[in-house]
Design a protein around this ligand. Structure first.
Ligand SMILES: O=C(O)CCC(=O)C(=O)O
Ligand SMILES: [Fe+2]
Length: 160
């Protein structure tokens, strides 16, 4: 199950604002450059195949998805790790932890090294949040109703 925190009451929730402000403090990437929090819940047997998060054209209005800020909100009882096969890094899902990784190289080409997968949850529920951080302002064109599919930042392209 997934949902986007793109309308009220979620969007202006003080906790969401506070978490986003912390992301801004850590990354230095302005709030407007972020997509909206995507909340994803995995039940036993659910996973997300290996992929790269960058899906937005470099010459698009919003630019590339520079990096991913990823939060674990609920710890599953078993399984559900995030695995970066090219880096040989596996992070066990644990509520309160956050990961921040780059999706592109300096020349804005996709950085295949940060390909990753959500491994299958075996027991319990895993709850997470993605926040994709763009090169340019994402929120203003989104608010004005620009068709972001056409500019390459399809906010609904991520599937479980
Ligand atoms: O849940 C995870 O461990 C990773 C999820 C992910 O890669 C995504 O939603 O793009
Ligand atoms: Fe991902």
């Amino acid at each position: 199950m997934q949902m986007w925190c793109v309308t009220d009451p979620c969007l202006s929730d003080p906790l969401i604002e506070k978490v986003h402000q912390r992301v801004v403090n850590i990354t230095g990437i302005p709030k407007e450059h972020a997509e909206y929090f995507q909340i994803v819940q995995y039940e036993p047997g659910q996973f997300y195949r290996p992929h790269q998060d960058q899906n937005s054209k470099a010459d698009s209005l919003v630019g590339v998805r520079l990096s991913t800020f990823f939060l674990y909100l609920q710890t599953p009882e078993a399984g559900g790790a995030t695995y970066f096969p090219k880096l040989g890094v596996k992070v066990q899902a644990e509520a309160g932890l956050a990961l921040w990784w780059p999706n592109v190289r300096d020349d804005l080409s996709t950085d295949e090294r940060t390909e990753h997968e959500a491994q299958s949850v075996h027991e319990g529920t895993k709850l997470t949040a993605n926040l994709w951080l763009h090169e340019y302002d994402f929120r203003t064109p989104f608010t004005f109703g620009c068709n972001l599919d056409e500019v390459g930042a399809s906010i609904q392209s991520d599937e479980l």
